[in-house]
Design a protein. Structure first.
Ligand code: C2E
Ligand code: MG
Ligand code: MG
Ligand code: MG
Length: 281
């Protein structure tokens, strides 16, 4: 823009980077307004229970509906918000919305568990844990219907601290899921140390498991390992029927992915779940 007008030979890369930095800077400045004005919302992706063949849980995924830039995906703003130490406020907003939507679903007679993504860095924050537990108890939400997804790829700054924090959540009834399982660094160590209830196998292993022998072996043995440890397994990134069929043959507990359903707004999600109940009745 500026460089173009000046007519000088310009370096595309540095110009782009500069613009990105400015854009991101202004995005941070807009966070409070966006939270206040409801531009930050939550969509819900269904999880299919492979034992009952019903959707009985969802993953909450944050969206920033920016008035100028349109719908922003989480990968475009979460890292920035983490860097600026505002991920606690964002996560509390997502959790509050998810609990409110859960309450409304409940009024329609729909029992749906909700998983919320928790950045690993938050597991070093006592105040975040306090805010979570205060919110859950103030709203009277059923904590056992809440799951926190923690990505193992992110290094915990202090594993002892993270374990203590996760223990507090677990004691209040909240389930812990290890997200993007298989992509991280100290996988077995975390499996041993963290008080988890569930493994979520990353889609890079799942997506071709029905056509790739190596992936099939990894997914099958991970399901076995998890079951021996008393954990449930969610496979993410199911994009076709053949993949879903494969997961059924290896007794995977839950399937999630575009083939099951794209993320939906709270009301559409409820309609989808209600429809399946009506079909079964
Ligand atoms: P994730 O927790 O692993 O979430 C799954 C992502 O994969 C979602 O993207 C989802 O839309 C996408 N996905 C689901 N099914 C399929 C599929 O069949 N194929 C493909 N290719 N993709 C699929 P999304 O919503 O863009 O979220 C990306 C990441 O952003 C999430 O990965 C999570 O790490 C993070 N994130 C989302 N919401 C939050 C939040 O509220 N707080 C934090 N801290 N992180 C969040
Ligand atoms: Mg997740
Ligand atoms: Mg994941
Ligand atoms: Mg992911």
């Amino acid at each position: 823009s500026l460089a173009k007008r000046s007519g000088k030979p310009w370096r595309l890369h540095s110009a782009d980077e500069g613009e990105t930095a400015t854009q991101q800077f202004s995005l941070m400045g807009e966070l409070d307004d966006a939270l206040r004005e409801g531009h930050i919302g939550v969509v819900y992706q269904p999880k299919l229970n492979l034992v009952t063949e019903r959707i009985d849980a969802v993953e909450a995924l944050v969206r920033w509906n920016h008035p100028v830039r349109g719908m922003l995906p989480p990968d475009s703003f979460i890292p920035l918000i983490e860097e600026h130490n505002r991920i606690d406020d964002l996560t509390i907003a997502v959790l509050a919305q998810a609990l409110e939507d859960m309450r409304i679903w409940c009024l329609r007679g729909l029992v749906i568990g909700v998983a919320v993504n928790i950045s690993a860095g938050l597991l070093a924050s006592e105040s975040f844990a306090n805010r979570v537990l205060a919110l859950v108890s103030r709203t009277g939400a059923p904590a056992h219907r809440l799951t926190f997804e923690v990505t193992e790829s992110a290094q915990f700054e202090d594993t002892g601290m993270a374990v203590a924090m996760l223990d507090r959540f677990r004691e209040s009834g909240i389930r812990i899921s290890m997200d993007d399982y298989g992509t991280g660094q100290s996988t077995l160590n975390y499996l041993k140390l963290l008080p988890i209830s569930e493994l979520k196998i990353d889609r890079m292993f799942v997506q071709h498991a029905h056509i790739d022998q190596g992936d099939a072996m990894l997914v099958r043995s991970t399901v076995q390992l998890a079951h021996e440890m008393g954990l449930k397994v969610v496979a993410e990134g199911i994009e076709d029927a053949a993949c879903l069929a494969f997961l059924r043959t290896i007794s995977c507990d839950y399937a999630q992915g575009y083939f099951i359903g794209r993320p939906l707004g709270a009301q559409d999600l409820a309609d989808r779940v209600a429809e399946q109940s009506a079909l079964a009745a």
